[in-house]
Design a binder for this molecule. Structure first.
Ligand code: FES
Ligand code: FES
Length: 182
């Protein structure tokens, strides 16, 4: 089985580092549709900028080396590992975190969040923000046809509490509801 991990954004951002030189630089981010300006060193990861500069602690630091998926966020609608993504490389791009997930009205929890609660799809909850960002994305991507596919496309998000069956059940529920509505 191929492991489908969220991507690493911003390799092209490496060029920006040499242009701006060392030391703190002003980086203009758009996070959950709100503009945020942060003064950070170019080496700062998106995860660090979100948690320590923006006060958005939903994305979690698990391994900090790209293996657990706890830090998963979206950049321009694509899943990325924010621990391996430079914040400076996200300038001018749309960053979305678990704090920005809502229902269609923008006032309640996203249907996948509600399904996670109904299916008890977490225990300690540490991996849950990353699981949610991947689960919503894979439903949008159309990678939830069966359990095998769900498991494959969620394989970059590890859960030490082994809530995998419940996570899959929550994803199935949302998928089936969408099928019924279509
Ligand atoms: Fe980023 Fe583990 S903290 S993959
Ligand atoms: Fe504890 Fe996933 S719910 S690590």
């Amino acid at each position: 089985m191929t492991a489908h991990k969220p991507a690493v954004a911003g390799v092209e951002g490496a060029g920006v580092l040499t242009e701006r030189g060392p030391g703190p630089v002003r980086v203009e981010l758009v996070v959950n549709r709100a503009e945020r300006a942060v003064d950070i060193e170019p080496r700062v990861s998106l995860l660090q900028a979100l948690r320590e500069e923006c006060g958005l602690t939903g994305a979690k630091r698990g391994c900090d080396q790209g293996t657990c998926g706890a830090c998963t966020v979206w950049v321009d609608g694509q899943r990325v590992l924010s621990c391996l993504t430079l914040a400076i490389a996200c300038e001018g791009r749309e960053v979305a975190t678990v704090e920005g997930l809502t229902d269609e009205t923008g006032t309640g929890p996203h249907p996948v969040q509600a399904a996670f609660v109904r299916h008890d799809a977490f225990q300690c909850g540490y991996c849950t923000p990353g699981q949610l960002m991947s689960a919503v994305a894979l439903l949008e991507e159309g990678h939830a046809h069966d359990d095998a596919e769900i498991g494959e496309w969620m394989s970059g998000n590890l859960c030490r509490c082994a809530a995998y069956p419940n996570i899959r059940a929550a994803i199935r529920e949302v998928r089936d509801r969408r099928r019924t509505r279509a």
